[in-house]
Ligand binder design. Structure first.
Ligand SMILES: [Zn+2]
Length: 326
C-alpha cells in the first residue's frame, strides 16, 4: 500500500475546495522494503472497570487549518503549529470508540466510510474493527456524537447497512436539523452538502426501523449515558461511560486540533453550526474534564485519542494515555 494524499475539507465541505491542500505523498527513500511503509493495525484497547474500551482508527485526513479556523490570526496559527513541531496542512486523526460491556457491543461513531474515499482519507474503521477481533454483525448499538460525514459516513457502504444488527442512537435534534429543508437552504455553501450526506447515511437504518432518537440527558444502557453538548451541531452529544467507578467521556467534535484549541479554546472552526455555542461548550468541557480528572476519548486528537485534560497556567494540555501492552 502506498500513502495517498488526504483532504478533510473537500469531503466535509465539498464547496470549499479552495481550502484543500493536497500534500505530496510522503516517501521513505531508504526503506528496506515498501511493505514496511504502513502502520500497525489501528486499534488500542484498555479496561474501564468491567468494560473493555477499544479505540478504532478510521485513518487520517489533511486539514488546511489556516483556511478554516476563526478567532485566531494567521501568525498565531503558525506559532502554535510550529510550537508543536508540525506544519500546514496538518494531518488529523479520525477516531471511533467501541465499548464492550460484556453484554453489549457499542460503537460510538463510525468514521467516514466511503465519503472521503475520493481524497484517500478515512475508511479504515472496518479493517481495524476486524483487526481488533470484532465483526460488524456483533455491534448491537451505534451511538452517534453527531451526523457529520466523518462520524456517520461509515454506517453504509453502497447505500447498504454496514452494521446489520445495530440500532443507531442519535439526538432527535440531529435528525431534525439534517432533514430541515429551511436549515439546508440557509446554511453556508460550504456546509450544504452535509445535509444530503447525513440523510443518505441514516436512510437504510430509518427504512429498517433501526433508528432510536433520544432527547436530553438519558441513560441508554447501564453505565452509558448521554450528555447534551450542542453547538458544533444542534444535537451534538457526548457519551459518559462508567464502570466500577472509572469514567470515560467520549467527545465528538469538541476539539478539532488540540495544539491550538487547548491553548485557546475560543478558536472556532467553519464546521460549527453555531460557533459561539461551540466555543462555550468547548470551554466548559475542558474545564470539567480538568476538574473531574476523568479520561477523555476524542474523535480528532491524535490516535488513539484517549487521555486526560489538565489546566496549566492559561492553557489546557492533553496528556495521552500511558501505553499499556497488556
Ligand atoms: Zn469530526
Amino acid at each position: 500500500m502506498r500513502f495517498r494524499p488526504l483532504c478533510l475539507c473537500a469531503s466535509i465541505f465539498a464547496a470549499a475546495s479552495e481550502h484543500c491542500v493536497v500534500p505530496s505523498a510522503p516517501t521513505i527513500a531508504n526503506s528496506v522494503t515498501p511493505l514496511l511503509r504502513t502502520q500497525a493495525p489501528g486499534f488500542y484497547r484498555m479496561a474501564l472497570g468491567d468494560f473493555v474500551v477499544t479505540a478504532l482508527s478510521d485513518g487520517t485526513v489533511s486539514l488546511a487549518l489556516d483556511k478554516v479556523l476563526n478567532n485566531i490570526t494567521q501568525a498565531q496559527i503558525q506559532t502554535l503549529i510550529t510550537r508543536n513541531f508540525q506544519s500546514l496542512p496538518v494531518e488529523v486523526s479520525i477516531n471511533a470508540f467501541l465499548i464492550d460491556t460484556g453484554t453489549r457491543v457499542v460503537l460510538v461513531d463510525t468514521g467516514a466510510g466511503e465519503l472521503f474515499a475520493s481524497r484517500g482519507g478515512g475508511g479504515q474503521l472496518l479493517a481495524n474493527l476486524r483487526a481488533a477481533g470484532y465483526q460488524p454483525g456483533q455491534i448491537n448499538d451505534v451511538l452517534l456524537t453527531h451526523v457529520h460525514a466523518d462520524h456517520s459516513g461509515g454506517l453504509v457502504i453502497d447505500e447498504k447497512i454496514v452494521f446489520p444488527n445495530a440500532v443507531v442512537h442519535v439526538h432527535q435534534a440531529e435528525l431534525d436539523h439534517w432533514s430541515d429543508a429551511q436549515a439546508e437552504a440557509n446554511a453556508p455553501a460550504y456546509q450544504q452538502h452535509s445535509f444530503p450526506q447525513g440523510r443518505a447515511s441514516m436512510a437504510p437504518y430509518h427504512i429498517s426501523g433501526k433508528v432510536a432518537p433520544f432527547n436530553g440527558a438519558t441513560e441508554l444502557f447501564p453505565g452509558i449515558r448521554t450528555i447534551e453538548a450542542p453547538g458544533h451541531t444542534p444535537g451534538h452529544t457526548f457519551y459518559s461511560v462508567e464502570s466500577k467507578g472509572q469514567r470515560l467521556v467520549i467527545w465528538g467534535d469538541t476539539v478539532h486540533f488540540a495544539p491550538i484549541q487547548l491553548a485557546d479554546p475560543s478558536v472556532t472552526i467553519q464546521f460549527d453550526s453555531d460557533a459561539e455555542r461551540a466555543r462555550t461548550q468547548r470551554e466548559s468541557a475542558l474545564a470539567d474534564a480538568a476538574r473531574q480528572r476523568y479520561m477523555v476519548a476524542a474523535a480528532h486528537i491524535s490516535f488513539p485519542g484517549l487521555g486526560h485534560i489538565r489546566h496549566m497556567g492559561t492553557e489546557y494540555e492533553w496528556v495521552p494515555v500511558s501505553y499499556s501492552a497488556a
